[in-house]
Write a protein that binds this ligand. Structure first.
Ligand code: SF4
Ligand code: SF4
Length: 371
């Protein structure tokens, strides 16, 4: 929880106005800027403002990409303020409106039900087991595709990760009752759902020694919001470590690829190099002009703010990727979903280049020797 002092860190310099990918597109009032959100969050906290439809709109329209914070000279914790304010708004009885009519949050809630044993693991190609000290945490990935009207290749991603384990001689545990990590519940203000998911997963994971997470959001959530005794690695870190220790045999291809840094992996968790080291070893890798801490986000966070403005953020990003590569790789199934959504829209021809979007684990698994 932030303190009163934290809420007053913003010194109103305005630097973030030209940094925030959304406020640079929404000319007009300051409420669409990080600075404006910080001021409104302070006003709400002090009880000087009431929750109105306009306030709810302001706090829903941010993907919490953290670009403002990464460039803020005062160290204002804008995203944490937004996260806490969303929870306060929800507690006041006016939850943040959810995209897709809340379908993805509903699925997340479903995974908290202990009586259900999902059967998606039947689709996995590769060897795994129910219990063990080395765990693969897939999060909500297996549940996304049935709600989408396009494919993101979930089967290839989960199978790809299992194949990476298997080539290193490891049969990972994938406990059948693992739930969604709760990232979206937490960042949309639904703390009761988040705590339910955290409690369920923490019990299942209590004996784990190493947890490998296939997505950026799950990695950040397990590492920063849970209190687990296990070591937690993102799949890019795990793959990099296997490569370095000589346990993974890969075949280098000639594909021209670039990497889209997911905000949760990059700016939030500081991991920029692991995916690049792996991709450089298996393909013709080149960075986009805006990379690492300056990477622009996919425009959506926690399924709360997809709109024309965030779509324009995605269009800019794929245009940038197409300058340097034929394939844009990301390491978060949500980024993958939002970019794939853009690429399959009928109106995409208007300025959207034909570039392939792929998941990191899927791409890596296709470069394993013998794959
Ligand atoms: S959030 Fe940081 S960059 Fe933005 S106005 Fe406040 S102090 Fe300046
Ligand atoms: S987190 Fe990103 S979108 Fe939200 S205010 Fe900061 S820069 Fe803008």
């Amino acid at each position: 929880m932030l303190t009163d002092l934290d809420y007053q860190m913003c010194m109103r310099c305005g630097k973030c106005r030209t940094i925030c990918p959304l406020s640079t597109r929404e000319l007009g009032f300051d409420d669409s800027t990080p600075r404006g959100r910080a001021m409104l969050a302070l006003g709400l906290r002090r009880g000087e403002l009431k929750v109105t439809d306009e306030i709810i709109k302001v706090f829903s329209q941010c993907p919490t990409c953290k670009q403002c914070e990464a460039n803020c000279p005062a160290g204002a914790k804008v995203t944490q303020m937004i996260k806490e304010t969303r929870a306060a708004i929800a507690a006041a009885g006016a939850p943040i409106p959810l995209g897709h009519k809340g379908a993805f949050h509903f699925v997340s809630r479903m995974t908290a039900i202990d009586a259900l044993t999902p059967n998606w693991r039947d689709l996995i190609e590769g060897d795994f087991q129910e219990t063990g000290e080395i765990v693969y945490f897939p999060g909500c990935l297996p549940y996304l595709e049935p709600l989408l009207d396009f494919e993101i290749g979930a089967k290839n991603i989960v199978s790809g990760i299992v194949k990476i384990f298997n080539q290193a001689g490891i049969k990972p545990a994938i406990p059948s009752k693992l739930a969604c990590c709760g990232h979206d519940a937490l960042w949309s203000g639904d703390l009761s759902l988040f705590n339910l998911l955290k409690e369920k997963n923490s019990k299942i994971l209590r004996d784990a020694k190493l947890i490998v997470v296939g997505c950026a959001e799950g990695y950040m959530t397990l590492k920063s919001e849970y209190s687990l005794g296990a070591e937690i690695k993102h799949i890019s870190q795990y793959t990099r470590d296997l490569l370095k220790s000589g346990k993974l045999n890969v075949v280098k291809g000639e594909e021209r690829v670039t990497f889209h840094d997911p905000c949760r992996l990059g700016r939030y968790m500081g991991e920029y190099e692991a995916p690049r080291e792996v991709l450089t070893a298996i393909a013709d890798y080149k960075d986009m002009p805006r990379n690492r801490k300056d990477a622009v986000c996919c425009g959506v966070g926690a399924w709360v703010n997809c709109n024309e403005c965030s779509k324009q953020v995605r269009i800019d990003r794929v245009q940038e990727a197409a300058q340097v590569a034929d394939i844009m790789i990301t390491a978060c199934p949500k980024c993958l979903t939002h970019f794939t959504c853009l690429m399959q829209e009928p109106q995409k021809m208007d300025g959207v280049p034909q570039i392939k979007i792929m998941d990191f684990s899927d791409f890596v698994s296709r470069h394993l020797k013998g794959a």
